[in-house]
Design a protein around this ligand. Structure first.
Ligand code: IMP
Length: 425
């Protein structure tokens, strides 16, 4: 089982950072395959909290190589600051963070455009990290790739053409169009600082797989934010699903052995868009406080609701999940009853997966389960969980058709039941 994909099964923020960090101790290489600095993967080690936006969550294991694939859009400033943090902790003494020479660069005006659009009618609640405009440039064939940062003449030409394309848009949005010169100067300096990290990542990965090394492919965001399969248009601009891992990392589909889906024991989402099981009012507020549900990237309060098993069932199907890693089970302690959404009803029609539109009119069908009291965060084995917590976990497996492997009862590495080696099965 040398290649395993880890993917978010909901709307992101499922706790992928913790699970990837846990799995990474068994991996030789950890690779990000999509998204950009819109992601915020929180790791808590020995009580200390570290948030990574671009560098894969394997970075805290000194022997693991970390690769940013060409499906990622890279903000060089963010990457340089994360590398600085890792270097400061003595975690970069050997060269082990690499980035594809084909990964597209998030330019300063991408952020500016993202921010300007979010002030207008078409706002969807993005992270304002310039992700959408960067992917637009990629699809529009006018993007700048990290490899371009190492060639001054080519870079100046491409930035000039790029800005010429965006200028009317920026002006139309009431913004200021930046000058070419300073952007090129900054990018060249960043390219120089990143020179040793820029490489042919696809080749590096396929060669590692050929040697039988264990490779973990780390998804960002969640399945319901996938540009093709999520709650469009309230989605991010990349393929989040496991199917995107091969294109984003540059490895063949036949190389992937298994996919693990991360799901929270309840549901959250940030930004706009439909959320059938959302709890508005005091119940949602209580869940937000109990789970500290505030965005790792933007600090925004996350919308909270009951577990939507129809969403996870859909994720299991579209990602081909071998198993689920269930996070934040401890947060649900103390509730009298818990509800799980098993499907939806709309105008007399039943749905067992989210349909392509009209999600805001879906009425969730709930099943109610008894809650449990007491603190789960000290549990280390599934057998130590209260009966009702175990029943809840088992019911999730039944409703989604996907066995639950890892169960997480706290942010720390230690607070994990059935951790284990994902490559070993
Ligand atoms: P963008 O990716 O910044 O363009 O944002 C598009 C949508 O995806 C917005 O609803 C964001 O809140 C959401 N989003 C992007 N990245 C994440 C993430 O890492 N976790 C949760 N939501 C995200």
């Amino acid at each position: 089982m040398p290649v395993v994909v880890v993917v978010g099964a909901q709307w992101g923020d499922e706790g992928k950072g913790k699970v990837v960090d846990l799995y990474a101790q068994h991996a030789d290489v950890v690779t990000r395959y999509g998204g950009g600095a819109n992601a915020g993967h929180t790791l808590v080690v020995g009580g200390e909290r570290i948030v990574l936006h671009l560098v894969p969550s394997g970075a805290l294991h000194a022997r693991t190589r970390c690769v940013i694939g060409q499906g990622v859009v890279v903000d060089p400033q963010v990457l340089l600051s994360e590398l600085g943090v890792l270097r400061g902790r003595g975690l970069l003494d050997t060269p082990r963070v690499f980035m594809s020479d084909r990964a597209h660069v998030v330019l300063p005006h991408h952020r500016h455009i993202d921010e300007l659009r979010e002030r207008g009618r078409a706002a969807i609640g993005t992270t304002k990290r310039g992700i959408g405009p960067a992917y637009e440039d990629k699809a529009g064939r006018r993007g700048i790739r990290t490899g371009d940062l190492l060639d001054a003449t080519r870079l100046a030409e491409r930035v000039r053409d790029n800005l010429a394309a965006w200028e009317p848009v920026i002006r139309g949005l009431g913004g200021e169009c930046p000058e070419v010169g300073p952007i090129v100067e900054t990018l060249l300096a960043q390219g120089e600082a990143l020179r040793d990290h820029i490489t042919d990542a696809s080749r590096m990965l396929t060669e590692a797989i050929g040697r039988g090394e264990k490779v973990l492919l780390e998804g960002a965001q969640g399945t319901m934010l996938d540009i093709d399969h999520g709650t469009y248009p309230y989605v991010t601009s990349s393929n989040v699903i496991a199917g995107g891992a091969c294109a984003g990392a540059g490895i063949p589909p036949t190389a992937v052995d298994a996919v693990v889906g991360i799901t929270k024991a309840y549901t959250t989402r940030v930004g706009g868009g439909p959320f059938p099981t959302e709890l508005l009012g005091a119940e949602g507020e209580a869940l937000r406080e109990a789970g500290s549900e505030y965005g790792a990237t933007t600090g925004r309060p996350r919308r909270c609701g009951w577990l939507d098993a129809a969403v996870v069932r859909f994720s299991a199907r579209i990602n081909g999940l071998r198993e689920l890693a269930l996070t934040k089970l401890d947060v649900l302690g103390g509730l009298q009853e818990l509800r799980i959404c098993t499907g939806y009803e709309r105008d007399g029609i039943m749905f067992d997966e989210p349909p392509h539109d009209g999600l805001d009119r879906l009425v969730p069908v709930y099943e109610t389960l008894p809650g449990w009291s007491g603190d789960l965060s000290a549990c280390r084995r599934v057998e130590e969980l209260p009966d009702n917590a175990r029943r809840y976990v088992n019911r999730i497996a039944e409703l989604t058709g996907c066995p639950v492997g890892v169960v997480s009862v706290g942010a720390d590495r230690e607070q994990t039941l059935r951790g284990g080696d994902p490559f070993a099965r």
